[in-house]
Design a protein around this ligand. Structure first.
Ligand SMILES: Cc1ncc(COP(=O)(O)O)c(C=O)c1O
Length: 383
């Protein structure tokens, strides 16, 4: 049995008709940029993220860029980010002319390690950009404390973490990803828990003046039309994408619960393997956080060999991310070397994302873990 790493077709079978009629409404309205559908989606996401404001933009990458622009971060400024993340986190910092400064990650959660963050602050530091990687919130309390003490902005890269919650209590929900910092940035890239049929993103915030500024910046800084208060960009959310996202939003909680169930099922299936495979680690949930499992990432020292074997066996996997950002070619000018951020470097060598999506069957998950077991049995036999 082959198990694809990711498969959106069962989802489309479920919602195809609803999506098509939502698209028809947009075709009839002939309103393709921003407009009512986008406003409805903004309202829904703002409520979901527990923030009063949400601004639809063209992608998660643009959400990060607009957040930095809204805070006036630019040349000469430094922004603290983890080196183990998708490139967009650093790319946005560079695109506003600021410098990304890396702080290493926690080896268990893969999120920026607050205890390594403070040392990286200089007189030029303007903001911290924690990434809620794979769907679990970074350890925000100590980060917010540092930011408050040092008067830094906090931009949450919540691209992978819509609906994730930080430190829930037994009788109350935790804080939703995106609402803890000054600005939260979301991505609706198709592989996200809430994915568009193309690119789309959103910025959420509690602060009205930032919401207003981002609303202007996404339309070249103009208000009224053709009168430009700021130098912005074109980063408007399409009505067609908003219409699709509004349909999918109705299923988001259900789909996220299904992902969480699959993560639990992996824990059960891996139970007997864990003691016999040195270095095998499953995802760690900190503080009983609400992890939304945008990715299910395991860790094994022999990652590349395992991945090759799984590919031959028809099991899809992926690597997020093979090269930490401080070692990327485009950042050679920062003069980092291997060894500068050892926790991120090791994570880049050892982590492997397994298939996880709401429709993944028990049989498919059993096959995934069986094949991993077969790899280690062969190794034990010296094959
Ligand atoms: C951590 C992180 N930041 C930013 C982004 C950028 O989002 P987008 O692909 O929508 O531009 C992504 C998306 O893949 C991401 O995973």
């Amino acid at each position: 049995m082959k198990v694809p790493f990711f498969d959106l077709s069962p989802q489309f079978q479920l919602i195809g008709d609803e999506v098509k009629s939502a698209l028809d409404e947009v075709f009839k309205s002939q309103q393709f940029i921003l407009g009512q559908k986008v406003e409805h989606l903004e309202g829904a996401i703002a409520q979901y993220c527990q923030t009063p404001y949400a601004i639809g933009v063209a992608s998660g990458s643009d959400a990060l860029l607009l957040a930095l622009m809204a805070l006036g971060i630019g040349p000469g400024d430094e922004v603290l980010i983890p080196p183990f993340t998708f490139f967009a986190t650093a790319g946005a910092v560079s695109r506003v002319g600021a410098t990304p400064v890396f702080a290493d990650i926690d080896p268990k959660t893969y999120n920026i390690d607050p205890s390594r963050t403070e040392k990286r602050i200089s007189s030029r530091t303007k903001a911290i950009m924690p990434v809620h990687l794979f769907g679990q919130c970074a350890d925000m309390d100590p980060l917010l404390k540092i930011a408050k003490e040092k008067k830094l902005f906090v931009i949450e890269d919540a691209a992978q973490a819509l609906g994730a919650e930080y430190k829930p209590h037994p009788h109350s929900n935790g804080q939703r990803a995106g609402q803890m910092g000054d600005l939260g940035c979301l991505s609706f890239y198709p592989t996200k828990n809430l994915g568009a049929f193309g690119d789309a993103g959103m910025v959420v915030t509690n602060q009205p003046h930032l919401a207003e500024k981002i609303k202007l910046l996404r339309v070249h800084g103009s208000k009224p039309k053709y009168y430009h208060k700021w130098i912005g960009i074109n980063s408007r959310l399409d009505a067609l994408q908003a219409a699709i996202l509004l349909v999918k939003f109705k299923y988001l909680e259900r789909w996220t619960t299904e992902r969480q169930r699959r993560a639990e099922r992996y824990s059960v299936l891996f139970r007997d393997l864990l003691p016999s495979v040195p270095g095998l680690r499953l995802p760690t949930i900190q503080y009983e956080n609400r992890h939304i499992f945008n990715q299910y990432v395991i860790r094994v020292p022999e990652r590349d060999g395992l991945r090759k074997f799984l590919t031959e066996e028809g099991i899809g996997t992926d690597i997020y991310y093979p090269v930490p950002l401080h070692l990327q070619e485009c950042y050679a000018f920062l003069n980092h070397r291997k060894g500068d951020f050892p926790v991120s470097e090791k994570a880049a060598e050892e982590t492997l994302a397994l298939p996880i999506y709401p429709e993944l069957t028990e049989e498919q998950q059993t096959v995934v873990v069986d094949r991993i077991r077969a790899f280690y049995q062969k190794r034990a036999q010296g094959v």
